[in-house]
Design a binder for this molecule. Structure first.
Ligand SMILES: [Zn+2]
Length: 203
């Protein structure tokens, strides 16, 4: 244990996901030795994330405005909606450059043991989007791109059940080939791109 502020910082950093006590200590001492300008930039970024980041009213992605960059881009195909768990999955799919449609961010996956049911996810918002016409265009395909693990599969199964009665809507799922049990964001661009272009029809 160190004394005072440096230990407080190590404790706070240690609570962050993916950062063990060693990593927390390394970052804390890096910041202690850093120039004021560097720590000020970090403080500024943290403050802006706390105060300025909002979520897109349409898709739920993180956004600086009411609508995110993708939802407000008229060139994006409004007939296709790719459903993902988290904003980081939007980035992962964007990196593949295989998808020109829109997204819907659920905010997680079904996980009854942790108390996450359909009402905790943005599923109602998805159904509302499908019910309304987006920009006067009917959505013709929903691509379920939840993670290839137990919770992601359970979420996909649930979504299929909710979506199968929408007339004229096809529901597809990323092709297999993604590492099972994994997180979408950890798939390399090529594998994820192939999974996207080889998606299979569920309904
Ligand atoms: Zn959006």
């Amino acid at each position: 244990m160190y004394e005072g502020p440096i230990q407080d910082l190590i404790d706070e950093l240690g609570k962050l996901p993916g950062l063990g006590p060693k990593g927390a200590q390394r970052i804390a001492f890096h910041l202690l030795a850093a120039e004021n300008a560097e720590t000020n930039r970090l403080i500024g970024a943290l403050t802006r994330v706390r105060d300025d980041v909002t979520f897109c009213a349409e898709c739920g992605n993180v956004s600086a405005d009411r609508l995110c960059r993708i939802c407000s881009d008229a060139r994006r195909d409004a007939t296709k909606i790719c459903v993902v768990e988290e904003p980081k999955d939007v980035l992962a799919i964007e990196r593949t450059r295989e998808f020109a449609g829109r997204y819907h961010v659920l905010g997680g996956a079904l996980d009854p043991l942790s108390g996450i049911g359909p009402d905790q996810l943005r599923i109602r918002e998805l159904l509302r989007r499908l019910g309304n016409q987006e920009d006067g265009v009917d959505v013709s395909e929903v691509i379920v791109a939840t993670d290839p693990n137990t919770e992601g599969e359970a979420t996909a199964t649930y979504l299929v059940r909710m979506l199968k009665d929408f007339p004229g809507l096809s529901v597809t799922r990323l092709a297999s080939g993604l590492p099972m049990g994994g997180d979408l964001e950890f798939a390399d661009d090529l594998t994820l791109g192939r999974a996207l272009s080889g998606r299979r029809v569920l309904v």
